[in-house]
Design a protein around this ligand. Structure first.
Ligand SMILES: *[C@@H]1O[C@H](CO)[C@@H](O)[C@H](O)[C@H]1NC(C)=O
Ligand SMILES: *[C@@H]1O[C@H](CO)[C@@H](O)[C@H](O)[C@H]1NC(C)=O
Ligand SMILES: *[C@@H]1O[C@H](CO)[C@@H](O)[C@H](O)[C@H]1NC(C)=O
Ligand SMILES: *[C@@H]1O[C@H](CO)[C@@H](O)[C@H](O)[C@H]1NC(C)=O
Ligand SMILES: *[C@@H]1O[C@H](CO)[C@@H](O)[C@H](O)[C@H]1NC(C)=O
Length: 330
């Protein structure tokens, strides 16, 4: 025998069933990926990395950081722009993003220059965006000593580098050409950064707190990470010096390397790396190959170690919760 219930009762039943369905905290935290020089946020290669993150930790929401919605313009912005403005805009984009703004925290993955930009984002924007784990591959945390960014025969690029070289410390170059903002000149006799760098660097000297006046907020934010993982490509010939990926200083005269833990930036803890190290959150890793020669194996390893639900979880994008409710109403 069929019992026909009025529609209102049915809805009531559905609601009673639906209300205790507090979404379970089962999804991995969203992942931010910041691409490198010349790349763009919509590139297939980049998305295959994001897909692998989702495959390794199912349900991972991936946000590909961009400076523009148009991929071509986004790629241009890796060469042209003021990093202070780019990072401030990215902070707003993430803070107001409909999914990311709901997550309790985020993880972050930076490729090459995208790595030091993400670190800058953590330092400057850490009171508005909470990042738990930051992983960088082949980044230039201690800057670059040479501009080596063009492929053979790329004359447009060579013209660009000519512009960079001719006036690295000029106000226009520092405000408009991206690699100049993480170029670093050091007096290799003394190992001390040059006055031109300290005075004019629009990005690196600031986020590395190398000037007399330190911003203690930067150190506070960076030391609040759970993990900061720095990968170096052992045959990197693109980043000069490659040890920059570990915050090391390489003497340009004799090639000797001073590791981070022997440097003032660490010993005086200008940016919180020592505090992070003390709690076991600072990791120096090496991977085989040249600049950005990434294997799925390394990425999967990193994703399962640092970006899984073990590092934090949340209820996700809401898609799962909605579908559960639909089932009941049917
Ligand atoms: C993650 O993978 C699942 C299953 O393949 C897919 O349904 C989902 O759309 C993917 N999520 C993202 C953010 O790519
Ligand atoms: C230090 O950095 C924070 C975060 O970016 C900023 O709000 C503050 O104005 C900075 N302080 C100084 C003294 O520059
Ligand atoms: C970069 O942008 C910031 C914020 O608009 C501005 O204060 C600064 O002067 C700019 N830097 C250069 C070198 O133009
Ligand atoms: C480097 O420092 C030494 C010692 O202070 C000084 O004599 C030399 O002129 C500096 N070199 C440059 C290129 O400024
Ligand atoms: C760099 O190497 C040169 C040549 O060996 C040496 O004279 C100089 O003292 C070194 N600089 C530092 C900071 O160790």
């Amino acid at each position: 025998m069929l019992h026909l219930l009025p529609l209102s009762t049915l809805l009531l039943v559905a609601q009673v069933f639906a209300s205790p369905l507090v979404p379970s905290k089962s999804e991995p935290l969203p992942l931010l990926i910041w691409h490198g020089l010349g790349d763009n946020y919509a590139a297939d290669g980049l998305h295959s990395v994001g897909d692998l993150a989702n495959e390794t930790n199912p349900g991972t929401y991936v946000y590909y950081i961009r400076c523009h919605d148009d991929p071509g313009t986004d790629s241009r912005a890796t060469f042209l722009g003021n990093l202070t403005e780019q990072i401030a805009q990215v902070c707003i984009d993430i803070e107001t993003h409909e999914v990311l703004s709901k997550a309790p925290a985020l993880n972050a993955l930076g490729f090459s220059q995208g790595g030091q930009f993400l670190r800058g984002l953590v330092e400057r924007c850490g009171d508005r965006i909470k990042v738990k784990n930051l992983v960088t591959f082949g980044s230039q945390h201690n800057g670059i000593a040479k501009y080596q960014i063009c492929k053979d025969g790329d004359w447009l690029c060579k013209g660009y580098v000519g512009l960079l070289k001719s006036n690295t410390w000029g106000h226009w170059v520092q405000g408009n050409l991206v690699p100049a903002q993480y170029f670093k000149s050091t007096n290799d006799t003394t190992g001390v950064p040059t006055p031109e760098y300290l005075e004019n660097s629009n990005f690196l000297a600031d986020i590395n707190n190398e000037r007399t006046l330190k911003n203690v907020t930067y150190a506070k934010h960076l030391s609040q990470l759970d993990n900061f993982v720095m990968y170096l490509f052992d045959e990197d010939t693109t980043v000069i010096p490659k040890e920059s990926g570990w915050f090391a200083y390489t003497n340009g005269s004799d090639g000797s390397v001073t590791q981070l833990r022997d440097r003032e930036i660490y010993k005086q803890d200008w940016i919180g790396l020592k505090a992070l190290d003390r709690k076991g959150g600072l990791h120096f890793e090496t991977t085989e190959g040249g600049h950005m020669q990434l294997s799925d194996g390394i990425l999967t390893d990193v994703f399962s170690k640092y970006f899984s639900t073990k590092s934090g979880s949340w209820e996700g994008t809401g898609v799962a919760a909605e579908s559960r409710q639909e089932v009941i109403e049917l």
